[in-house]
Design a protein around this ligand. Sequence first.
Ligand code: ZN
Length: 187
Amino acid sequence: MLKEVWMQVGLEKIDSHEGVSVKALLDSGATGMFADKKFVEKNGFKLERLDRPVRIRNVDGTGNSGGLVTHEIEVNVYYRGHVERMRLDVCDLGRTDVILGMPWLAAHNPEINWETGEVKMTRCPPLCGKNKERKEKRELGKKKKREAEEEAAIRWAADEKEDWGREEEMEMDHRKIEGMVPRRFHR
Ligand SMILES: [Zn+2]
């Protein structure tokens, strides 16, 4: 029987964009997001000192639960097209490299199959990378279309203006209609 749920995620360093693949433990008993000190050092993540050390509770047994966290790392986390910027508290997690705790679970509310351990990010908030990227792309598409339409309207207006000077008004109207109907439908 399945005892724990893990996610194979990619962590990208913010400065060098170097990626590290890691198994993250989903732990509803953890009060934050954590990275193991040895893992962080071995992979050369840039440590950032916390302004104030934080006391931690409830990390997976083996480590220094109840110890102080003095540093964190900032990474981009990738999982099946899902991407987000995250700060992980650095502490001794024993044999676990990364823990995603309750705040993360509550924020993303992933769909977890407790039989197979499969995790799907189907209920993410709108701010999540995947959704955000899609939204941005959609907005960009709309903007491009709008710009093209405006440009066409301006061009049409400019053509109109040119014609005004040298053609009769009746002729003008006729041309306008022709312009609107595809050529193959002209009589
Ligand atoms: Zn998400």
